[in-house]
Design a protein around this ligand. Structure first.
Ligand code: PHE
Length: 356
């Protein structure tokens, strides 16, 4: 008859000393496994007389219970120690300074302008700029608006205070005055684009008193309406990258082009959302036409020798369409949350190869 008490003391001591789950499992096998000490002792009961069997059986059963409980308790203790160690090791050091946050974003107007410029640059256009404050001559007169021309009123002009001679400067209502400024300085062939700020006294969800246009002008001996259409269709395909984009040239009127047209993009309007590329509605994105002979003449270019075409794209319009921006007003509200949502990372530089 072996000493049950001594086995109990040994097992409990070994369980208490177990340092990890593996050694605890070894002890379990040593005590309770198929050939374990308690298991073997229990199978030896069969050969004992009734009395000893009863006494020893009871003692072995309580030892088995005791050891099982001790194993479970130690297992729980070891597991929570492991978890605690991991928590301590993985602790976030909140005293460390946070990694720097990218605060700035490229504004959608800047990004869209860069994209348009990239596409026309690829076609051989050169970027030119002009002043925001214009004379009546460049904004209207040289562009074939007569003094009483109704189109002057159409443009809701913002005027500055008149000078000593009673002449009023205007905040340019379009980028077209830069056509004249360029043709005065440069002789054909001319192929320019003019991104810039423009101003009209107009304010609602789709109009702002300050907005952006991109003017285009081509003057040479051969460019005709077919070139105008091809150039703008190619532009739209590159800019929107939508296959089978529905496009429509609709006859229109501008004093400085003849014939004149507006280009509409097919889209589907559902509530405030506009989905481009679908049929249902048309949205105007630009005005265009063949440069009026009077405009060439006013700029010192012989209309009998030269001809060409011009266009003016509404930058906000195409930006809202391309990037699904429903309202124009937040463009100018300097709201950082809006910028983080609609703005671009500085790495997103548009390129022809990388996609605009
Ligand atoms: N300047 C015109 C506008 O602001 C657009 C345009 C530009 C039309 C060039 C024809 C040619 O609406």
């Amino acid at each position: 008859m072996f000493n049950i008490k001594a086995l109990e003391t040994e097992l409990l001591a070994r369980i208490a000393r177990a340092e990890d789950l593996d050694s605890l499992e070894q002890i379990r096998i040593f005590a309770l496994g198929k050939k374990g000490r308690i298991t073997t002792a229990m199978s030896n009961l069969a050969g004992m007389n009734m009395n000893t069997r009863k006494k020893t059986g009871k003692a072995l059963n309580s030892l088995k219970c005791l050891v099982k409980n001790a194993l479970v308790a130690r297992k729980i203790a070891l597991s929570s120690a492991i978890l605690n160690n991991r928590i301590v090791a993985d602790r976030v050091d909140i005293s460390l300074p946070a990694p720097p946050e990218m605060k700035g974003r490229i504004h959608p107007i800047t990004q869209t302008t860069d994209e348009i410029v990239t596409i026309f640059a690829e076609m051989g256009f050169v970027v030119v700029e002009g002043p925001d404050i214009e004379s009546d001559y460049y904004n209207f007169e040289a562009l074939n608006f007569t003094p009483d021309h109704p189109a002057r009123q159409d443009q809701d002009t913002l005027y500055l205070k008149p000078d000593k001679n009673g002449k009023r400067k205007v905040l340019r209502t379009h980028t077209s005055p830069v056509q004249i400024r360029t043709m005065e300085k440069q002789s054909p062939p001319i192929r320019i684009i003019v991104p810039g700020r423009t101003f009209r006294s107009d304010h609602d969800a789709t109009h702002s008193p300050m907005f952006h246009q991109l003017e285009g002008l081509v003057v040479d001996k051969v460019s005709h309406m077919g070139h105008l259409k091809g150039c703008l269709i190619d532009f739209c395909h590159a800019f929107f990258s939508i296959k089978d984009l529905p496009l429509r040239f609709r006859p229109s009127y501008f004093p400085f082009t003849e014939p004149s047209a507006e280009l509409d993009i097919g889209c589907l309007r559902i509530g405030t959302e506009v989905k481009i590329g679908d049929y249902g509605n048309w949205l105007e994105i630009l005005g265009c036409g063949m440069v009026h002979p009077n405009v060439l003449h006013n700029s010192g270019i012989n209309p009998n020798k030269y001809q060409g075409f011009a266009f003016g794209i509404g930058i906000e319009r195409v930006s809202m369409l391309k990037y699904g921006i429903p309202d124009l007003r937040p463009f100018y509200e300097s709201n950082l949350r809006w910028m983080r949502h609609y703005g671009f990372l500085s790495f997103a530089q548009p390129t022809i190869a990388g996609g605009v």
